[in-house]
Write a protein that binds this ligand. Structure first.
Ligand code: PAF
Length: 288
């Protein structure tokens, strides 16, 4: 596996890879099984797998955890190599953002709900860094976890609006045995919170089962999910929301592909999770 820190070096290497199919897994590092699953899938689908580790300052708000975001480069390098990555791109902040930026990307749609509402500017930062990374790496396919389903919806809009010639692949959330979605931020949970955190997925499944049993009213489902989270966790609910997916528009009846999504703030960790449902409440396991 090659480790590359400079953009020009990455671009020179791409000339050598010219005719090969490139799968790209952009990350902020501190790998867990979710990332590794994306790498493994990229390996199956492509000739070359490129992953990036870059903790993007632009997508963190002033009171968010940019400084303390978990990092472990040497472990990440070993894991990337073991899981099929051919090239690991690890630029510094100065390499990615050397000057004051003259062009800013702003997400106009799909961002005023869910995490976008409480994280102003977050998705603008994601779009900016991904646009740069897509230009630098020029992948054929790009892989994201559906745990960040809003991010997948926003990237879908980016790819279509700016005509990137690449395929977006959304991979189902990887979970612990008790259902907790794997996340780099889970390390911030206390022991008690870690136990309670299993209720996030439990609450989503209860919501899903209501839809499977014929409940079509989003408000009824949201109330049930909120009740489970309130009764079973000490965290405070940031949101429980249900929208069409990937458009992320409010719906009054569940009769199309939709997302049931939650965010819960614990003492030192804000956890998110979601389920994608078809009109009958069945799991949707791939982004389309
Ligand atoms: O999901 C992430 O880790 C980040 O938002 C991403 C896509 C790597 C952009 O910085």
């Amino acid at each position: 596996m090659k480790i590359i820190k400079k953009i020009t070096e990455m671009q020179r290497l791409l000339i050598d890879l010219n005719l090969k199919q490139v799968g790209f897994v952009p990350t902020m590092g501190y790998f867990h099984e979710g990332h590794l699953t994306l790498m493994q899938q990229a390996k199956k689908d492509n000739d070359i797998v490129i992953s990036s580790i870059f903790v993007n300052p632009l997508q963190f708000g002033p009171n968010e955890d940019f400084e303390t975001y978990p990092r472990n480069e040497s472990r990440d390098i070993q894991l990337a190599e073991k899981n099929g990555v051919d090239i690991l791109f690890m630029p510094s902040a100065n390499e990615m953002y050397p000057n004051e930026r003259m062009v800013t990307l702003i997400a106009n749609d799909r961002t005023d709900v869910l995490c976008g509402r409480s994280r102003p500017g977050h998705f603008d930062g994601v779009l900016t860094v991904l646009t740069k990374l897509f230009h630098i790496i020029q992948p054929d396919k790009v892989y994201f976890g559906l745990k960040d389903a809003q991010q997948v919806a926003v990237v879908d809009a980016l790819i279509r609006d700016l005509n990137f010639s690449l395929e977006l692949i959304g991979i189902p959330t990887v979970r612990e045995d008790d259902g907790l979605a794997k996340s780099s931020r889970n390390v911030y949970l206390s022991q008690i919170e870690r136990k309670e955190a299993a209720s996030l997925y439990k609450a989503l499944k209860i919501g899903q089962n209501l839809v499977v049993d014929g409940e079509k009213n989003p408000d009824t489902i949201i109330k049930e999910v909120e009740a489970v989270l309130t009764n079973e966790t000490s965290g405070s609910i940031d949101y429980v929301e249900l929208y069409s997916y990937p458009a992320l528009r409010p719906i009054s009846v569940i009769n199309e592909q939709s997302i049931l999504a939650i965010a819960v703030q614990f003492a030192n960790a804000r956890l998110i999770d979601n389920i994608l449902l078809d009109e009958n409440g069945n799991n949707v396991n791939r982004f389309k």
